[in-house]
Write a protein of this length. Structure first.
Length: 391
């Protein structure tokens, strides 16, 4: 199955835009026209563009799943001018959903190229894309189709008993990855305390100071910032989760009050425990214990007496993250600097030492989107625009 010329025909649609959506895709042998694979599935409530990109993705994935990519010349044909021009690099991609989907498609293109193949994109009139259009309508009707035609043109021999070698599989809708129901996570660092202003270590198990007057103003501004952010999209009723430390609980209460919900407390969102260093000023530690302070940033297993290591923090934060995103919807978490750093390092694959270069100021917002298909996108980090008008 090497050196073949293949055609991927893909489409997607939405009844309402956004509305009930589905995608369709198929793979043909370019020389014989023989059908090699068919794909279709519902996507819940999505836009036409999301559905069209998903059709492209599933068509390319079918080429790879059937081991057809080796030295293959793949031509993708679609009636979506937008998708074709964006994938060809001639049009810019502005919408965040499209950026994420285009990245997925490009990764699959890279996989085909890594196998020695090529991928090109061709726009075709809608009337020439009837087969993919029919499959996308099957998806919009709630049907999931996965047919692999491995006989005939695919070069396989017929099965015993005179079978054609065609594999026709229907997958239950409950098991099909969907782009519907993403989880939006907004991480808000607490406002300042007197310890923050004095550059004192302030971790789990320590003095646990409250927000000072400036910190309360910052937290209120963050509440307005989060409310404005959520108002720009359909998000349903958000959840507000806080760490158990006073400054995060107070910040979370202002967030929840602005959003009209109650807070939930989860201790695994607490700041790292610094043990006997709690309350110590950073400049003093830098002068008196520079090697140990450096280890705090570089050694995941380093912990002060009575404190915890970064590895221990990462483990509990990872568990808190799983709980937060498991239910879908929008989750706002009032938490701490090292905790936010831990989440970003985990999702971006950044080394914990390098993570100290990520800025997350007091009362800043960081937004992340999680998708049922496994995709994750960090929308922005350290947004402090809402603090600019504070006195």
């Amino acid at each position: 199955m090497t050196g073949r010329a293949l055609v991927v025909e893909a489409d997607g649609g939405s009844r309402g835009n956004p509305g009930v959506a589905g995608y369709g895709a198929l793979v043909r042998d370019a020389g014989s026209g023989d059908l090699l694979a068919e794909r279709a599935a519902p996507l819940g409530k999505q836009s036409n563009n999301v559905a069209e990109y998903t059709g492209l993705i599933e068509g390319l994935r079918a080429v790879l799943d059937l081991d057809l990519a080796d030295d293959a010349q793949v031509e993708v044909r679609m009636d979506s001018k937008l998708v074709v021009e964006q994938m060809a690099g001639r049009w810019k991609i502005k919408h965040e959903d499209m950026k994420r989907l285009a990245l997925q498609a490009r990764r699959l293109v890279d996989e085909v190229r890594a196998a020695g193949g090529t991928v090109g994109f061709t726009w075709i009139p809608r009337g020439d894309n009837a087969a993919a259009d029919k499959l996308s309508n099957d998806g919009m009707d709630g049907h999931t189709v996965r047919r692999d035609h491995v006989g005939g043109a695919a070069g396989s021999t017929p099965e015993a008993g005179g079978a054609t070698g065609e594999v026709d599989t229907y997958i239950s809708d409950e098991t099909v990855p969907s782009l519907d129901g993403r989880t939006r996570l907004v991480l808000v660092r607490h406002g300042v305390t007197d310890f923050t202003v004095q550059h004192r270590m302030d971790g789990r198990g320590g003095a646990d100071p409250s927000l000072n007057a400036e910190g309360r103003r910052q937290a209120q501004a963050a509440a307005e910032g989060v409310a404005a952010l959520l108002a720009r999209s359909e998000h349903g009723t958000p959840r507000v989760v806080t760490s158990s430390l006073a400054r995060a609980r107070q910040t979370g209460q202002l967030l929840a009050g602005r959003l009209g919900v109650e807070t939930e407390e989860d201790r695994d969102w607490d700041e790292q425990g610094f043990g006997d260093w709690d309350g110590r000023a950073m400049p003093v530690l830098a002068a008196r214990a520079p090697e140990d302070l450096a280890r705090l940033r570089t050694d995941r297993d380093f912990a002060r007496p009575g404190g915890e290591s970064r590895r221990q923090l990462d483990q509990r934060v990872g568990e808190a993250l799983e709980r937060a995103v498991a239910g879908g919807g929008t989750v706002v978490v009032a938490t701490h600097r090292v905790v936010i750093m831990s989440v970003l390092c985990r999702l971006l694959g950044v080394d914990h030492e390098r993570g100290w270069s990520i800025a997350t100021g007091p009362a800043s917002m960081t937004a992340i989107e999680f998708w049922p298909d496994g995709g994750v996108q960090v929308a922005f980090v350290n947004d402090t625009q809402h603090l600019h008008d504070l006195p």
